[in-house]
Design a binder for this molecule. Sequence first.
Ligand SMILES: Cc1ncc(COP(=O)(O)O)c(C=O)c1O
Length: 395
Amino acid sequence: MSTIRPFTERIKRHYGSNDYIENENQNWVSIIQQLKPAKPLYILFPQLITQNARAFAQAFPGKALYAVKTNPDPNAIKAIMAGGIKNFDVASLEEIRLVHSMCPQAEMHFMHPIKTPEDIRSAYFDYGIRHFVLDHEDELYKIMRETDLAQDLHLTVRIACPKNDSALIDFSSKFGANREDAIMLLQHCRSVSKTLGISFHVGTQTEQSARYAMAIHYSAAIIRESGINVDSINIGGGYPVAYQGDKNIPTHKDCIDSALQALKEEQLEDLNLLAEPGRALVANGAKLVTRVELRKDDMLYINDGVYGGLFDAAKWVDTLFPTTAISCDRPFDGDTTPYRLSGPTCDSLDMMNGPFTLPSDIDMGDWIVFDNVGAYSQAIRGNFNGFGHADVICI
Ligand SMILES: Cc1ncc(COP(=O)(O)O)c(C=O)c1O
């Protein structure tokens, strides 16, 4: 992926050589009409990301860590920091290096439950990271060994939540200790950890705010059974996005309030509170412009797909991103048709069933703009079949 700098002469003529398009009145439709992008193009809106971060920080009475994996674009990270979220949930050394290069004083929490020994050592000794998560005894030994039995660790035990059908992807089937193991881990960690936390992730795009309360009650039961004093609770990510503007989707504030109420009921309000929001902070911060390369009846073959920036639109995730069509040369006649979309690779899995409602007379050369693709799009895209390239501009 490249930013606007290596982009064509035409772009330089319109926008100068900066990464940012400085004219705030530029409207994205006219940008597309002028640029006529032949490759997938992200249009980032950092101000929206900043607004989201600010709103989350205001609603959350604890320390919010931005989950860098969601969108590691430096423009997104800068926008998050501008909104007042200046601490980070990192999952790899690559993410650690990125955050450190942008903000050396940032507090980073290494929240991948299964880390390589080399990454733990480098995180601790090269980057000063003291916060580590774990969900298994062997990971605890690994952390102790690779930090040379450090005395200044802040360890967090990640628990698996009961199955959550209201999430787009349940996050407790792969990571998280079960009840008995979590109790044992809390007991083992206490003596080697300066402060001790418990964390969970209810599942990404969780559409029932009550899931946060349920996870708090479950955590409280584990804490009680362990007989251990815990210093912090991390309520993770999962805050949903109203992709189609649906008013029934809870806001991040609904989810936070649900967690806070449960903490009160459990008399755990005194614990230090953390969260790791991702999707909700960045989703509406980007649009993805794609081009129709061929049409066969109700199937549009476009130049980006599930191995690129549209993983979440694949049939196994099925996010229905809002779409807008932009004509390359004539007005559309006004009728619409439901379409399936096909990505550019030769793989039959590279298809998005939608259905996406678009002009009946859309055809090759026209553009389809996907809205709300700021989360898990740039972050996930690969280069399968050589179709990975996308340009990025910031408004
Ligand atoms: C440990 C952890 N925290 C936070 C997040 C962000 O979750 P979301 O984007 O659902 O808010 C993730 C996503 O994978 C995660 O794995």
